[in-house]
Design a protein around this ligand. Sequence first.
Ligand SMILES: Nc1ncnc2c1ncn2[C@@H]1O[C@H](COP(=O)(O)OP(=O)(O)OP(=O)(O)O)[C@@H](O)[C@H]1O
Length: 319
Amino acid sequence: MLRLENVSHSFKNGSEVLKVLHNIEFEVKEGEMIALLGSSGSGKSTLLNLMAGLMKPTEGHIYIAGQDIVKYSENKLAVFRRKHIGFIFQAYELIPTLTVRENVELPLVFQSVPRSKRRKKAMELLEITGIGDKAEMYPSQLSGGQQQRVSIARSLITEPSVIFADEPTGNLDTKTEEEILRIMMTLNQSMNTTFVIVTHEMEVAAQMKKTIMLRDGYLVTPGEGSGPEAPRQPEVIALAACEEPVVHKPEVVAPAASEEPAMHSPEVIAPAVTEEPGARQPEVVVPAASEEPAAPEPADAAQELQAVPSGPEKAGDES
Ligand SMILES: Nc1ncnc2c1ncn2[C@@H]1O[C@H](COP(=O)(O)OP(=O)(O)OP(=O)(O)O)[C@@H](O)[C@H]1O
């Protein structure tokens, strides 16, 4: 469902060109959960931004369900992201003035989904992620692990084709990290949602069935179709399948840390919604930009949410 072909990327800084990704090729199948591993500066965030359609590569093709998103216009990419991509960030990126439930509902507000429908779906997901009882609280009243559960629920509410999680446990202690990973693995299995988890932590990668490793912008995962330029690292061994989320150290030698500064997380993007709350999207079908209903601006969406009473629906509610 996600395939990269010969993807390279360079950043220009005045007359200097810095090539940070070199001929990356791999495939992620529908329902897979993979770790994108590498030390600081190896190119993980850049690659994530490319796969999520937040940036275009200098060279190569990125196919999602057979569609090359590199060829999309900016408008079409924005539509694509809202419909098909979910994000989970290290810093949760919740809106502090909205309740937990309102935060989870927000992507559906952008899609003009009726209030009662989005509320029902948000509550279902909060129950699944184990924080249904926190629905009317504000993010600041929650622990880090609980906030990340909210973020996971929010990423799932539109039933995206793929969820990109950028260091999702980076701010959490070991026990909470395991809880969050277990939730994501359970959701991956029960909803067949594809997850790509960016991490520099071996413990996180060790729990994934498949790992893609970057080193200085080259793919070094053995047996996964790295490009012809990619140096094979004899010390890197493919991570074994791990049914239980038990932390163990794989025999992977971490590349040396780079001193380059890290990129910032990309904007929070609200994907689209399918009509039936329980329905899975069988395959990605990317419609033309014109098919997208006009979504409210984020500020309007937040205002709309804040106007929502937390009690029972009033008579005359649109649904
Ligand atoms: N906008 C930019 N302009 C110039 N160089 C950049 C830009 N963004 C990233 N880089 C460089 O690209 C390389 C890869 O950066 P990237 O943030 O993708 O690495 P990373 O593996 O995600 O690191 P970290 O784990 O620290 O977030 C680094 O050398 C970085 O300095």
